[in-house]
Design a protein around this ligand. Structure first.
Ligand code: KIV
Ligand code: NA
Length: 263
């Protein structure tokens, strides 16, 4: 069954929602084969596969290239394209045009934009023009220069109130779900209870309606430090390094290829 934004939204209160990032046809098909209903082509790909320090340099062309690859690898999951920094912030028109490119050129089913009340107009414009939107508040990595670091958000009661207002604004504007990143569990639960759309938490506690993790973090592929909110369901990095080293050693010793690999 092909997932749609409205089917995903309808899971609220019925079943917790698992979401994962994917970056190409290979990772997209792996997530899809695990029956995960929603795949986010996160701009985290800037760090996880493109070697940038932050998500800020990621371009529309890069996101389109990767989103198209994920779409080719996915059959059933909802494919959500993360709109990169400065592809929607300058104006609603620009955001609408760029979101349209993800749908028309890259096979995406929906887009994600960072920001709360400030994004109301854009979200309304996208939804009313047929483009489903996933919101994203709390820690928003595209604002890292202004916020000053990857820190837990909404710790003071004033910040918490503002995040609640932002969550309400995103729902009001017509988003089908909302990512809550790095907020105290208590606030995650409070926002989840107040909204009629599902919340998808990442470092936002067990009270959210769903969870999202970064593909490479979950599998322990990169060997890099991961945040506290990550659970490594596998630690593939040493296995991969071992396999590659064994290959190199056997090429050098002449043990590979053996008779079995020879015509
Ligand atoms: O880019 C990304 O992977 C994300 C998720 C972590 C929510 O925005
Ligand atoms: Na992102």
């Amino acid at each position: 069954m092909k997932w749609t934004a409205s089917k995903l939204r309808a899971l609220k209160g019925e079943k917790k929602i698992a979401m994962l990032t994917a970056y190409d046809a290979l990772t997209g098909s792996l997530v899809d084969e695990a029956d995960v209903p929603a795949v986010l082509v996160g701009d985290s790909l800037g760090m996880t596969v493109l070697g940038y320090e932050t998500t800020l340099p990621v371009s529309m062309e890069e996101m389109l290239h990767h989103t198209a690859a994920v779409s080719r690898g996915v059959e059933n999951a909802l494919v959500i394209a993360d709109m990169p920094f400065m592809s929607y912030q300058p104006s609603i028109e620009m955001g609408l045009e760029n979101a349209g490119r993800f749908i028309k050129e890259a096979g995406a089913d929906a887009v994600k934009v960072e920001g709360g009340a400030v994004r109301s107009g854009l979200i309304e414009a996208l939804v009313s023009n047929g483009i489903p939107v996933l919101g994203h508040i709390g820690l928003t990595p595209q604002s890292i220069k202004e916020t000053g670091g990857y820190k837990v958000q909404g710790k003071t009661s004033e910040q918490a109130r503002r995040l609640m207002d932002d969550a309400m604004a995103v729902e009001q504007a017509g988003a089908f779900a909302l990512v809550l990143e790095c907020v105290p569990a208590e606030l995650g639960e409070l926002i989840s209870g107040a909204l009629s759309i599902p919340t998808i938490g990442i470092g936002a506690g067990a009270g959210c309606d769903g969870q999202v993790l970064v593909f490479t973090d979950l599998l322990g592929v990169s060997g890099k430090h991961v945040p506290k909110f990550v659970k490594k369901y596998a630690n593939l990095n040493p296995l991969i390094t071992e396999a590659l080293a064994a290959y190199k050693a056997e090429v050098e010793s002449g043990a590979f290829p053996a008779d079995e690999q020879t015509y």
